[in-house]
Ligand binder design. Structure first.
Ligand code: HEM
Length: 482
């Protein structure tokens, strides 16, 4: 195994971890501390279990891409496995996971993710939100925009894709309620919860178990409600499916469920209503907060770096403002907007949504750089620590989009969506949202800070997800177009 701090029997390095996380104020600084001491591959013992942590792109590629097939299983947190029952994508393994991942990617393609169709939907959502802002600006000359704006925009895009419904003023409160439950659950869900057995959580820390359980059940019932109703209508003959042009992911799933059922014994058993609810849950969970947080952090960075904004606006205006009229930024413009692309990359490096990446388990021995990692070891590319590795990203604390223009190879070494067989299913969708929302908002509005902005980018530095202080607000004023 790669080197690391000396473990004690039974508790491994847990005592050192607790001390360092407290002393250095967070998980990422602790992982960074170990990287500096032991190199880009190091072993930390979580109790009796060794974990191999990778903080360098080339090494991560060697392990998780070249040896990808050997480490496609996740170390499932007992509590998550308990809740999912092995269904879904995030907390599933083996054939169930592979089938649902394939199905999701195929369905996304059918619904136009990565093509003009999805772009239209994202732009329609953005236009809807902007018209609400514009109405306020027409009255007061400016509008104050809190984090909810990004949450709702992203939440609506994902909800439309999954169950065909956007959130409007009437359903806004319901959305915010579910979002809060996710947030509450992430706040308490740390390295400890990921590893302890379910019985321990249930009996020793029942309130911790309850928060996680309630949040999951509420979301399952919310996203599952539409699916269950539609399934019932299908049975009653009051709804029909168009498998050529599915309305949303629920339609895709119900069509597939029907065709698998028709195959009888030969049909795939994974297509049932419980599995559908879990897939919807996982996509909602993985796709909403991640993208919205990236947009929010992006604007926090942009309003404190006005020179970056000016450069982006200059670049975008050159493309979109052709006398006598101007147009929106589109995904086709991407090759011609290197500065915006670099800025989004730098925003994603700063946002790095996970303090601790999900663990994989190798099912065969993996040899790399003279190390022999036996089968059954927990391994991961620690994305948060990799993104602050100064060997790759010089002066990592500085917000410097131009680093990606000075060295184009860096774009490849940035892995905000993970790496290998378990990398993000929603990468294309998220990339489209970040580009279209960020770019078009910067084209439409002069954006400034409203009051003092929070500086804390990780309010729960001990949790597995990274959550910035979301109290920041922005002021939007319209840019007059020709
Ligand atoms: C900026 C936005 C996003 C970021 C930064 C992000 C990041 C990640 C990361 C780091 C992983 C774990 C990769 C690993 O285990 O190595 C992941 C997995 C995943 N993401 Fe995303 N994600 C984003 C948006 C989305 C969206 C929009 C969706 C769905 C609509 C989504 C769905 C998923 C799913 C289902 C997985 C689990 C994949 C599997 O286990 O096979 N993500 N994402």
């Amino acid at each position: 195994l790669p080197p690391g701090p000396t473990p004690l029997p039974l508790i491994g390095n847990i005592h050192q971890l607790i001390y360092l996380i407290w002393k250095l104020n967070g998980i990422v600084p602790t992982l960074d501390f170990y990287r500096k001491k032991y190199g880009n591959a190091y072993t930390i013992w979580l109790g009796p279990m060794p974990t191999v942590n990778i903080t360098d792109y080339e090494m991560a590629h060697e392990i998780f891409v070249k040896n990808g097939k050997k480490c496609q299983d996740r170390q499932l947190a007992p509590v998550l496995e308990h809740i999912s029952g092995g269904h879904g994508i995030l907390a599933a393994n083996g054939e169930n996971w592979a089938e649902m991942r394939r199905f999701t990617l195929l369905s996304f393609r059918k619904m136009g993710v990565g093509s003009g169709l999805m772009e239209k939907k994202i732009m329609a959502e953005l236009d809807g939100r902007c018209s609400e802002l514009d109405a306020e600006i027409d009255k007061n000359g400016k509008v104050t925009v809190p984090v909810d704006f990004f949450d709702l925009t992203v939440g609506s895009v994902i909800n439309s894709l999954l169950v065909g419904k956007r959130f409007d003023e009437n359903s806004k409160d319901e959305f915010l309620k579910i979002k809060k439950m996710f947030d509450d659950s992430s706040e308490t869900f740390n390295l400890f919860d990921l590893n302890v057995p379910v019985w321990f959580l249930k009996w020793v820390l029942p309130w911790r178990f309850r928060i996680t359980w309630d949040a999951r059940q509420n979301i399952l019932s919310h996203v599952g409600k539409e699916a269950v109703e539609r399934f019932q209508k299908l049975k009653d003959g009051t709804y029909d499916l168009d498998s050529e042009e599915p309305k949303d992911l629920v339609d895709c799933f119900l069509a597939k469920m029907r065709s698998e059922n028709e195959k009888g014994q030969d049909g795939h058993p994974g297509y049932n209503m419980d599995a559908l609810k879990l897939v919807l849950h996982d996509l909602w969970l993985a796709g909403q907060g991640t993208t919205a947080t990236s947009l929010y952090v992006g604007f926090l960075k942009l309003v404190t770096h006005p020179s970056v904004v000016l450069k982006i606006q200059k670049e975008l205006l050159k493309i979109t403002q052709k006398s006598p009229s101007s147009r929106d930024l589109t995904l086709q413009d991407r090759p011609n907007t290197p500065y915006l692309n670099a800025t989004i990359a730098e925003i994603q490096r700063f946002t790095s949504v996970l303090n601790v990446n999900f663990w994989r388990i190798n099912d065969e021995l993996i040899s790399f750089r003279g190390f022999q990692v036996p089968a059954g070891t927990m391994m991961t590319a620690q994305i948060g620590a990799l993104h602050v590795n100064e060997q790759l990203f010089e002066n990592p604390d500085e917000f410097d989009p131009e680093r990606f223009l000075r060295n184009e190879k860096l774009l490849q070494q940035l892995i905000p969506f993970g790496i290998g067989k378990r990398s993000c299913v929603g990468e294309q969708l998220a990339r489209s949202e970040l580009y279209l929302v960020l770019g078009n908002l910067l084209l439409r509005y002069d954006i400034r800070a409203h009051g003092a902005l929070p500086t804390n980018m990780d309010v729960f530095p001990y949790s597995s997800a990274k959550l910035p202080d979301t109290s920041g607000k922005f002021e939007f004023r319209k840019i007059q177009k020709t």
